[in-house]
Write a new protein. Sequence first.
Length: 116
Amino acid sequence: QVQLVESGGGLVQAGGSLRLSCAASGRTFSSYGWFRQAPGKEREFVAAITRSGSRARYTDSVRGRFTISVDSAKNTVYLQMNSLKPEDTAVYYCAGGMTIMVFGFWGQGTQVTVSS
């Protein structure tokens, strides 16, 4: 059974940091991604990385503040989020895929709330 399990969400003040983790099991993915969905909005792309860690991409609103990384030996992907803003508040989802652009497997999500 393929599973992606996120952890590390929570409540933080603006300017603070959080680190999200996502552990994958059941299969090996060539790439991992993080997406988020705020209340009343569609799910949006945040960041993605290849399993080797050689290539990463970010949406403009988080570039320079968030860092995606991967531990391929542990099948775990991380999202370090610094300088958090209230507009970063959302449910964050981990995704697994075969390319850095397309994802077919999703975790259940973890809530991140940034207070002003």
